[in-house]
Design a protein around this ligand. Structure first.
Ligand code: ADP
Ligand code: MG
Length: 281
């Protein structure tokens, strides 16, 4: 394509709060038929609301929340930031001996106790619980299961229109790649209009899903927001970061960064790319 057209396309993107890192992104975006999305914070709002706090007997709800939030201060995961925000700052303890496992959870020493927060398989692999059909974190204190906290994960208001706009523009395959459970994933997908749902994925499995599509010679555009999405953004033909806050790991790994908290910029980006390529050729 003519360089002048590409430059003008890039400038049009930036006027729309979409930063693209090279002109080839325009060509790739204009042709893509497969779009993959992370769920939490991408198809859904970037803040979760605490729904239920369910401690084991002998533990106080507030104490459970405070210990969990204290450890989560160290994590940039959207569950972590939402929990910390919902907890009075003055009550948070400092943390030492921190260890975060991407897509699994965090562990650290808080008020003399080892507190572990994240997926049940990470926190207390031997614990049997009935299925919790919400977005949830599980907590152990000194290696003893201590309870869980569930969150309402609300779809972004602009998500259904964004997906349908992509389809109108020629997208044939819309995927959700999420580490969350299948119940939550299916519920969000139904409202969003996503037909291919892959849930309970570890970060490595997200990458494998992206590479699987690419192996069929189909270019993939992947949109995500979190640190755990960085590798799959990198694996995609075009990685788009919802990076309103700037220099996150996701935006560093991405080919395009959306600078505002608005998913509809993904379909806008495709429209601009298609227009640019039409003018350029
Ligand atoms: P998604 O792909 O939908 O953004 P993730 O892969 O980031 O979800 O996370 C999947 C699950 O792993 C979460 O629902 C949560 O249970 C757990 N998890 C991951 N990181 C953390 C963390 N820092 N704190 C608590 N839970 C976490
Ligand atoms: Mg996410």
């Amino acid at each position: 394509a003519a360089p002048v057209a590409l430059v003008s396309g890039m400038s049009s993107m930036s006027k729309n709060h979409i930063i693209i890192k090279s002109g080839t992104v325009l060509e790739k975006l204009s042709r893509a038929k497969t779009f993959a999305f992370d769920k939490t914070g991408t198809l859904t709002r970037n803040q979760l609301v605490i729904d239920r706090i369910v401690p084991e007997t002998g533990i106080d709800k507030d104490e459970l929340q405070i210990l969990a939030a204290s450890v989560e201060q160290a994590s940039s995961h959207i569950i972590a930031t939402s929990l910390v925000k919902a907890t009075p700052k003055a009550k948070l303890h400092s943390v030492t001996d921190l260890e975060e496992v991407t897509g699994q959870g965090v562990r650290g020493k808080v008020a003399g106790k080892v507190v572990c927060v994240g997926k049940l398989s990470f926190v207390a692999p031997d614990k049997k619980l009935e299925n919790i059909n919400s977005t949830a974190i599980y907590i152990s204190i000194d290696n003893k299961f201590a309870g869980y906290i569930t969150f309402a994960d609300q779809i972004r208001p602009e998500t259904p229109d964004t997906i349908s706009s992509l389809r109108t523009q020629g997208a044939q395959h819309i995927m959700m790649l999420t580490g969350d459970n299948s119940k939550v994933a299916q519920k969000v997908a139904a409202i969003a209009g996503v037909d291919d749902v892959r849930s309970s994925l570890l970060p490595a499995e997200k990458i494998a899903a992206v590479k699987g599509i690419k192996a069929e010679n189909r270019p993939v555009v992947m949109t995500g927001d979190g640190v755990n999405d960085a590798p799959s953004l990198m694996a995609a033909d075009v990685g788009i970061a919802m990076g309103a806050k700037g220099a996150t790991a996701a935006s560093e790994s991405a080919d395009a960064v959306i600078m505002v908290n608005d998913l509809s910029k993904v379909s806008d980006a495709v429209a601009i790319a298609k227009h640019t390529m039409k003018v350029a050729n």
